[in-house]
Design a protein around this ligand. Sequence first.
Ligand code: ATP
Ligand code: MG
Length: 251
Amino acid sequence: MIKIHNLLKQYNDLLVFNGLNLDIEKGSVVTVIGPSGSGKSTLLRCINGLESFQRGYVSVDDQILYGIHEQDYRREQEERALKNIRRRVGMVFQQFNLFPHMTVLQNIIEAPVYVLGMNQAEAETQALSLLRKVNLEGKVQSYPNQLSGGEQQRVAIARALAMSPVAMLFDEPTSSLDPEMIDDVLLVIKDLVSEGMTTVIVTHEMSFARDVSTQVVFMDKGEITEQGSPQDVFSYPKNDRTRTFLSRFMR
Ligand SMILES: Nc1ncnc2c1ncn2[C@@H]1O[C@H](COP(=O)(O)OP(=O)(O)OP(=O)(O)O)[C@@H](O)[C@H]1O
Ligand SMILES: [Mg+2]
């Protein structure tokens, strides 16, 4: 469903990826782990078109984003693909990024109504059912600053789901939460995954990664140095860097 082919990504003179490849099958749950600065967020941002890149391509379903120096890069086609990919791929960030001046309900219906052209009533019905799904039925009319971090993050998940995405990307969704709120958010993600949502998640929650993922990817300095089932990567890491990294989390 998602294919990353020969991705070359530079920020000015910093080379982040020099020919990265990754295939993500429909329904799979890929956790991306690795040290700070290894390129995890950049990878997610390239997948949903928040970052352009120089070479290679990223495809989601039938939509392809090419590197700006690729022969096949065509500006108009690219803009169409970008629009489609941003609609179809949901993203949840460490900092929830809710619209602060809007209620929970308004946050969730905004994109379906203004981007997809869904009618207001239908969008509201959908929003209520999504709020039920993330266990926040009572917070419809609250503003983001009246919610805890864990609640805000669950609203952010509901908001992403309101676009009926074909895949969801999570960038450290629990890293800025107090410990007692982490499980509520992980539970919601677990539910989603069990319904078959194709998911890529950057996380430091190793036991969660071990429980839910079908594939674990270890990134180091812009390269995938290890990749396999959670069993393979967590129990029998082949690479020294993976072993050192994991030992910090598995004490
Ligand atoms: N907008 C940007 N401009 C320039 N350099 C950037 C930009 N974003 C990221 N970088 C650099 O690219 C590299 C990869 O960053 P990235 O944010 O993808 O790492 P990460 O694995 O997500 O790290 P962390 O675990 O700390 O979130 C880092 O060296 C970072 O400094
Ligand atoms: Mg990051």
